[in-house]
Design a protein around this ligand. Structure first.
Ligand code: ADP
Ligand code: MG
Length: 247
């Protein structure tokens, strides 16, 4: 891992929904090219945290730095810029149902990267070929299985050439057989040095692919470490209780 400043850095991030503190005092660094896996019980703030990284949720306090640039959390324009630099993959794929797979892939690159249509389509077809779905380019999302749709969602994010990709439980809606196909795509991205923050319950993936595992509870980071240490020797009772329930 490099000693350069982290690609993504959160300091003192807090977020309330009404009186409920969903995030409190979150400090998190993500090195360029690294994979950070975020785990924790339901409601612990994992989704809220990763959504703060691309502005889908605006934190109330704290600071966020991406690629060396401080994001003014009160500036709408800053968030807009961030959205095009940080990709996101959701549990429910979030493909546009009324657009073909190819159009799903080219829409944002044409609009935001200002790519001519032919170039965007060429790039999209190459990305679809990578996941073995070039022949589905003209189909609509509903014609694809869940695992196929999720693989499209991942390469759709990639088509924006983002600095990092955030994944929020990308395999939670999938059958066991298709989970592997999606995790394989994510493993390949990790090998290529894609910076990723992944919320997942797939502990095998965390052990194998994560550079760092971060455990959250009640809106706070309880502990974090490299997977070998984290899983072999969790420091906090809360972490041990969580791990014993999922294995
Ligand atoms: P996780 O992803 O770990 O399950 P979330 O980040 O979704 O947790 O939620 C953290 C807490 O914030 C939960 O108590 C949840 O109910 C609350 N919360 C999340 N989003 C909203 C929202 N938009 N409005 C109100 N409460 C929310
Ligand atoms: Mg969540």
């Amino acid at each position: 891992m490099s000693h350069a400043s982290p690609l993504i850095s959160l300091k003192g991030i807090g977020k309330r929904f009404g009186t409920h503190a969903a995030l409190q005092g979150i400090d998190l660094d993500v090195a360029a090219g690294s994979v950070v896996v975020l785990i924790g019980p339901s409601g612990s703030g994992k989704s809220t945290l990763i959504r703060c990284i691309n502005g889908l949720v605006r934190p109330d306090e704290g600071s966020l730095t991406v690629a060396g640039r401080a994001v003014d959390i009160y500036d709408e324009g800053a968030w807009q810029g961030l959205r095009t630099q940080i990709g996101m993959v959701f549990q429910d794929y979030a493909l546009f149902p009324h657009l073909s797979i190819l159009r799903n892939m080219t829409l944002t690159p044409q609009r935001r990267r200002k790519l001519p249509r032919a170039v965007a389509e060429d790039e999209a077809r190459k990305l679809l070929a990578r996941i073995g779905l070039a022949h589905k380019a003209d189909d609509y999302p509903s014609a694809l299985s869940g695992g196929q749709q999720q693989r499209v969602a991942i390469v759709r994010a990639l088509a924006m050439q983002p600095k990092a990709i955030l994944f929020d439980e990308p395999t939670s809606a999938l059958d066991p057989e298709t989970i592997t196909s999606v995790l394989d795509v994510m493993r390949a991205l990790a090998r290529e040095g894609t910076t990723m923050v992944v919320v997942t319950h797939e502990m095998g993936f965390a052990r194998e692919v994560a550079d760092r595992v971060v455990f959250m509870a009640d809106g706070r980071i309880v502990e974090q470490g490299p997977p070998a240490e984290f899983f072999a020797n969790p420091q906090h009772e809360r972490t041990r209780a969580f791990l014993s329930n999922i294995r």
